[in-house]
Design a protein. Sequence first.
Length: 281
Amino acid sequence: MLSFNAVRTLTECLIAADADADQMGWGQPPTLLLVHDWLLAPVTPRRRRKMRSLEFPLHRDDMLADPAGLPALLHRLAAGLTSPTAPTPYQTTLDTIIRRIRATAPDARLVAWAACYDDIHTRDGQPRQVRRVDAVDTDGRVYQLTHPRGEDQPVVRVAGTPDPHDIPATYPGLVALLAATTRYTQTRTGRGTPPPHQPRRQADPDEPIFSVWGPDGGSIRCRVCGAIDKVVFTEVPSMAGYGEDTHARCTRCGSVETTDPIFGWRATPATWPPAPERDQP
C-alpha cells in the first residue's frame, strides 16, 4: 500500500515528466515510463523515498503516430514480457533497465507504469490539442494529467477507485503491464538470481545497511544478515547543539547506521556470518 506521501511524490513525478515532454515540443510519439522509488539513507522510522520515471524505449516497429493505437500496444507489450519462449526484445530491455536500477538503488521498488502522449480534447464544442500523462500505480490508483496546449499548468486527477465511466483508454493496458512486470521479475529471480534476503559475508560501508521489506514496505531488513524487524532505533538531540543524532543497530549481527549534524551518515557493517570462536587453550 502506497502512503499519502508516495502518492503525492508520484503525482509530482508525473508533472515533471510532462514538463520534460514540453521541452521536447509537441508532435512527439507516445512515451512509456517505468516509475520506481528507492530508500534514501539512512533508514529511520520516518522513512524517506525518492522517485523517478525512466523512459521505456519502444522499438521502431511499435512507434505510433496515432494515440488511438496506444491501448493495443500496451497489451502487446505486456504479452511480450511474459512470453514463455525465447527472450523477446522487450524482455531484454526490461532486464537491462532493472539491472541498472538495482546497481544504483538496490532497494528500488516498482511504483507505476505511465504513458505520455499527445491527444485531442473537446471543450465547449471545440477540439483542442492536449498532452496526457496516464498512470496506474501498484495499488490500482489512476492518475490522469491533462495539459492543454498554450496553458502553463496541467490539470491532474487522482482516483483511488477508478470510475468505469471515466477512466483513460490506456488503463487496462497499464494494469496489464504492471502485472506482467511483477510476474516477469519474480520469475527471473526464481531462475537463479540470488534472493534479496540472501546474507552476504562483507558489506560495503558506503551502502545503506537497512532497507524496507515486504509487499507494503512495512518491515525493515538488515542487508548484512537478513534479519527482519530486528533493528533498534535511537534518536536524541545532537550534542552538536542543533539537529538530532540517530543510531540504528541490528540486534542479530550488530551492524550500525548513525547520523549526526556534523559528520552526516555513516555505516558500520558487521562481518556475517560471524567468525567461529576458537577454543581457549
